[in-house]
Design a protein around this ligand. Structure first.
Ligand SMILES: [Fe+2]
Ligand SMILES: [Fe+2]
Length: 143
């Protein structure tokens, strides 16, 4: 089966070990779907939801640990996505709901993923890497 969303190093590697692994795993789950099967879409969406909860929790732990100043907006966006995905999964027991989940899965998720990485996650990673650089410099100045 052709991939729905290929892993693209230039877009999907942000240079944070923990976050990059989570994003790679996200795409692996996403791509393992069989698009012609509703059962597969439903089960992959459910798997993605569980993984995404862990993914967001890890990012949010980093935000809190390093006092990231834009954590409020970033967390709000995370919550919105989790609620949306949960909502579409819950509605998918009807044929109509299933069609919506299917188009959400195929069209919306990859778009959201790229946009979120390019905007919020890359900002977070830049902040974290900067933070590390600053503390390293401070240590050097002290020594
Ligand atoms: Fe992320
Ligand atoms: Fe994020």
């Amino acid at each position: 089966m052709s991939k729905l969303k290929a892993f693209d190093k230039s877009k999907h590697v942000l240079n944070n070990k923990v976050i990059d692994v989570l994003h790679k795993e996200f795409l692996e789950i996403y791509n393992s779907v069989e698009v012609t099967s509703n059962a597969s879409i439903k089960s992959k969406a459910t798997e993605l939801l569980a993984h995404t909860k862990r993914h967001f929790m890890e990012e949010e732990k980093l935000m809190d640990r390093y006092n990231y100043s834009r954590s409020m907006e970033h967390k709000n966006e995370h919550n919105k996505v989790l609620a949306e995905l949960q909502f579409f999964i819950d509605k998918s027991h009807s044929a109509f709901g299933m069609n919506i989940l299917k188009s959400y899965y195929i069209e919306k998720i990859p778009y959201w993923f790229d946009y979120h990485l390019a905007s919020m996650d890359s900002d977070l990673v830049a902040y974290l890497n900067n933070y590390n650089l600053r503390t390293k410099k401070l240590k050097q100045e002290v020594n």
